[in-house]
Design a protein around this ligand. Structure first.
Ligand code: FAQ
Length: 312
């Protein structure tokens, strides 16, 4: 019978060769806890993330825009479900995770605590928020935990569509009237800094990054991914004809990367603590939806429990 030291040595060896840990494998408790925390937070973000855009479904400006937006918001629900399933392989139940979201014990992404004030926000969320999500999630396809990495592969494919639809919507508006162009710029001004905050606090104030990178859960640090996002987004902003609201944003030829200003980190910590513009509203809406859906869960459980005639 292998002992604790053998298990640890095997785990370390799998991590060192960048291979996958699977649900049946031994893993350190702290690795399991970190994964549950990150995957649950990610799942909750997808579910809460349906609200800001869902707000505009009934007011989409055309049938085509409505069909695209409906498909996108439904995709977010699907992402939440793949991620809850991935978390369940670690021995936690979805009911418990949902309860922790609703009680505020587990977090979800700060970005979804900002309001959507115009239809341009649908485009900006697709372009910037899904753009940031892709930057953060493509490396997670190579995360060390198998079920999480496999869920990310499918999610990233769908996020690419989300990003493209947002960019295409903004491009259409930028070719429209001066009022439409102003709407896009105003929306980008509001979402730029919160999008940079999605990558988490700066590396020196990120308590989890070092450990999570050593375990291969995260493949890049928060600051590295933020930089990548800025470098990717600047030429897209130029193509769109919008300006990014950061006077320090300049190309640094020596580094081969852009220099840029720092977001207001106090704002990020306040939003994470629950003091963002829409935290109360988002959780209240989610609680209401959960209560309203109780009968569906009961009916589904009763259906699953009953023996199908002829198949007993
Ligand atoms: N918001 O030590 P770190 C989407 C927390 S994309 C809220 O750096 P870590 C798609 C952090 O959890 C959005 N909390 O932590 C979509 C930690 O909490 P603790 C979701 C944040 O984990 C698009 C503490 O602060 N994406 O949903 C944030 O190493 C459009 C210290 O931070 C993911 O979840 C924040 N921004 O790095 C849907 C991606 N940043 O320890 C709809 C997977 C940090 O107190 C529409 N997650 N915190 O529990 C990750 O990559 C990582 O968890 C980070 C944070 C990078 C978010």
């Amino acid at each position: 019978m292998p002992g604790q030291a053998d298990h640890q040595a095997h785990f370390d060896e799998v991590i060192a060769r960048h291979d996958r840990i699977e649900p049946r494998d031994w893993m350190p408790d702290a690795y399991r806890r970190t994964l549950v925390r990150q995957i649950a937070q990610h799942a909750h973000s997808e579910i809460i993330g349906m609200q800001p855009e869902g707000n505009w479904i009934s007011r989409a400006p055309s049938l085509r825009r409505k069909a695209i937006l409906l498909a996108k918001v439904q995709d977010e629900a699907g992402h939440g479900l793949y991620l809850y399933s991935a978390a369940e392989t670690l021995g936690v139940s979805r009911d418990d995770l949902v309860a922790m979201l609703l009680s505020g014990k587990q977090k979800y992404s700060s970005i979804f605590n900002y309001p959507t004030l115009s239809y341009a926000d649908v485009g900006t969320i697709g372009w910037l928020v899904d753009g940031a999500a892709i930057c953060n999630q493509v490396p997670l396809c190579r995360t060390s935990y198998g079920p999480y990495g496999r869920a990310m592969i499918r999610i990233c494919k769908e996020e690419s569509f989300h990003q493209r639809q947002g960019y295409e919507l903004l491009m259409t508006m930028m070719r429209g009237t001066p009022e439409q162009r102003d709407m896009v710029q105003e929306s980008v001004n509001r979402f730029w800094w919160p999008s940079l905050m999605m990558f988490g606090p700066p590396d020196e104030s990120s308590p989890n990054t070092e450990r999570s990178m050593a375990w291969g859960i995260k493949r890049n640090s928060n600051d590295d991914l933020r930089q990548k996002f800025v470098d990717m987004t600047v030429p897209q902003a130029q193509a769109l004809g919008v300006s990014l609201p950061d006077p320090s944003l300049t190309w640094n030829a020596d580094r081969g990367q852009h220099d840029f200003g720092q977001p207001d980190w106090d704002e990020l910590f306040a939003v994470i603590r629950g003091d963002g513009p829409c935290n109360t509203q988002r959780l209240a809406h989610r609680r209401r939806a959960h209560e309203d859906g109780a009968w569906v869960r009961e009916a589904a459980s009763a259906f699953a429990a009953q023996e199908e005639p002829g198949h007993g």
